[in-house]
Design a protein around this ligand. Sequence first.
Ligand SMILES: *[C@@H]1O[C@H](CO)[C@@H](O)[C@H](O)[C@H]1NC(C)=O
Length: 305
Amino acid sequence: MQITPLLCLFAGLIASGVATSCPESDGSTLETNLGSFHIQCGADRPGGDMTNSPAWTSSFDDCIYLCDHDDMCRGALWDPNNGGACYLKSELETAVYNPNIWAAINPLWDCPTYNGTRHEIGIDSYYTIECYQDHIGGDMPGSPVWTPTFQACMEACERNSGCIDVSWIPPTGTGNGVCYMKNELNTAIVNSAVWGARRWSVCPDQDGQPWEDGCGAWYQVECFTDRFGGVMAPSPITTASFEGCVYWCGQYPDCVDISWEQGYPTGTCWLKSSVGEASRNMGVYGARQISPYFILRQSYRHDKV
Ligand SMILES: *[C@@H]1O[C@H](CO)[C@@H](O)[C@H](O)[C@H]1NC(C)=O
């Protein structure tokens, strides 16, 4: 019998599918994985072009994507009438009205303006900005690293499994700032030279909590726990989140456990048909099924046979 994946609604992986455009999107905020862009129709910004600008893209969203994935980019300006020229800006000069330009502005997450706000970096992790708060000590091996932006410091933390907090010292002038990554949260002291950000994610924050797979089955989150054996097809699968990995498990009736090797921007998802012996692994977010949804699955399979 062929097992057909169950079709369950999983909002987390479904893009809205609505293209960003002018004038419809004017004044709105577009949340991306890495930042948030303010849409400003007709706001041209002469000057401040990056060396790889202009690029040429077939849509405004593609232009925004290029900017979103470049740490130095603060603005994506698209001209649909000029062959899809995509102007990428590292500096935002004063806006000048130009009806042909569709602009998306990514404000710097700076202190003190963005104090207390949250920024998504991974799909199920975000960082809360704590201006001038330095949690002293707790530095991880390999820390510090040098990064051009505060965002890049949070991304470095995201790539470093076990990191829960950063302290970034912005550069004076151009160049890189110093990014301290921490795996312990000690008492904070006020330090006007430091921009801090605290990470929230499934691990360690949801350790031991129940988690639903989008299909009605429940799992218990087991942070930093890998369970041996039972690896089943089609894993390993590349997923951008723990959430996505549990979702895949929900698609296969035989799946009862997962191990997600945390990574940024993607990690590796292992599906397991058995709950093996646990071992500690700081790079793994695990989940063990505690309540399968047999009734739905059996009736579904019955329909299909
Ligand atoms: C940042 O926000 C926190 C909590 O809202 C507040 O306690 C702190 O004083 C703020 N810091 C600055 C520099 O505004």
